[in-house]
Write a protein that binds this ligand. Structure first.
Ligand code: ADP
Ligand code: ZN
Length: 392
């Protein structure tokens, strides 16, 4: 009876296994969902300005249940918060408030709070209990599954961090009601990714119900998140430290990272938007290598546009001041490029992705150049703008 309204996905990682709760009205039940196998342990809540009401709710409920809870640490929203300075602040905040080995850090927020909080939890006292309450769609379907934590450094994003699994993840879809639409859609790109990389039937389902998901329709949204979490969990369980199958999760990402770098992380382009454009590029490249039917590329683009996601680099406003050659150079430097040749995730059809080092640089340049080139895409651009504005 207790968990009737929610779905539970178990992440099987031996003694580090944990459950992810997905559904509505979960925050009000936070106290019963958290692992209370640490009697006497105190709670530390980290959050950001935009979601501090959720943090406040968690704090109140935990207190009411009799737990010792420290005042929450509310950080500034945004990627700049994933820094050494904020990491130090978070660790020292816990240390100055009596953290001990039985303490639990609860990260209430999006990927920024989750990544930074997770790394602080992994580090303080050489590791305390960690709980994630993801409040962005992206964090619910992606960053809260798999145990990657960390911060950005001047040398690059996420270059300092640790694999550290949470004890529990509570993904309450009600928190998404306050999430800006662009952020919501950016999270949807990662949902579509799971269909595109390995689950044709799920992609078909998304073609039918994707707009309901993006309209926050409870059943559709819960199903999409559950399927995504399961897909990532299965890959992570088979391959916790990213060789082999886990690499498929990078579908669209090498292209996407290049776009993000070219945009200079200035808010013009969200990660999920870059991934949407990057996935279209990956399918375009797959078609050019003769592996994938052109109809599948058209379907991928059609679907992403229909929910309101951008699919071409030329859609980015203000426009990227870059060239195909420059983007290729960034791709070569991507940390996943091994010994000169670029490893990309290609597909021989929707739901059938694989890694390949065979794509020629000429072909990659053609793909980049087509995505950047604006004129031929006027029809798609109009369609995308209409879909973004339509909300449903
Ligand atoms: P990610 O997209 O990786 O999860 P962030 O943690 O940067 O990234 O979250 C994206 C933005 O959305 C941030 O400005 C954050 O404060 C804000 N945010 C997160 N969750 C919510 C929410 N439920 N409602 C409103 N804003 C939110
Ligand atoms: Zn991603």
């Amino acid at each position: 009876m207790r968990f009737m309204a929610s779905r539970i996905v178990s992440i099987e990682l031996g003694e580090r296994s944990y459950d992810i709760y997905v559904g509505g009205a979960l925050l009000p039940r936070i106290a019963e969902l958290l692992p209370m196998d640490v009697p006497g342990g105190s709670f530390f809540i980290v959050s950001d300005e935009n979601v501090k009401t959720y943090a406040g709710q968690v704090q109140t409920l935990l207190k009411q249940s009799g737990a010792r809870v420290c005042e929450s640490l509310i950080l500034k929203p945004g990627e700049q918060t994933k820094s050494f300075a904020e990491f130090e602040k978070t660790c020292r905040w816990m240390l100055s408030h009596g953290v001990d080995r039985k303490s639990t850090l609860v990260a209430v927020g999006g990927g920024v709070v989750g990544d930074l909080g997770g790394y602080a939890a992994a580090s303080v006292m050489r590791g305390i209990n960690f709980v994630q309450v993801p409040t962005t769609l992206l964090a619910q379907v992606d960053s809260s599954v798999g145990g990657k934590t960390g911060i950005n450094v001047p040398e690059g994003k996420n270059l300092v961090g640790a694999f550290y699994q949470p004890k529990t993840v509570v993904a309450d879809i009600d928190t998404l009601k306050t999430l800006p639409r662009r952020e919501l859609l950016a999270g949807y790109a990662e949902i579509a990714k799971y269909g595109l990389l390995g689950d044709y039937a799920f992609f078909q389902w998304l073609e039918e119900h994707g707009r309901d998901v993006c309209a926050l329709e409870t059943e559709a949204l819960s199903h999409a998140i559950e399927k995504s979490v399961e897909a990532k969990a299965a890959i992570v369980a088979a391959d916790e430290r990213e060789q082999g199958r886990r690499a498929l999760l990078n579908l669209g990402h090498t292209f996407g990272h290049a776009l993000e770098a070219a945009a200079g992380y200035d808010g013009r382009l969200l990660h999920g938007e870059a991934v949407a454009i990057g996935m279209v590029m990956a399918f375009d490249l797959s078609v050019r290598t003769g592996l994938c039917p052109a109809a599948d590329l058209a379907r991928v683009e059609e679907h992403l546009i229909s929910v309101g996601l951008p699919t071409r680099a030329s859609f980015i406003e203000p426009g990227l001041n870059t060239t195909p050659e420059e983007l290729l150079e960034i791709m070569r430097r991507d940390k996943k490029a091994e010994k000169g040749s670029i490893t990309l995730v290609l597909a021989d059809g929707i739901g059938r992705a694989f890694t390949s080092r065979d794509a020629s640089e000429e072909m990659i340049l053609d793909v980049l150049s087509d995505s950047l080139g604006g004129e031929a895409n006027a029809r798609l651009l109009q369609k995308w703008k209409a879909a973004f504005a339509a909300k449903r």
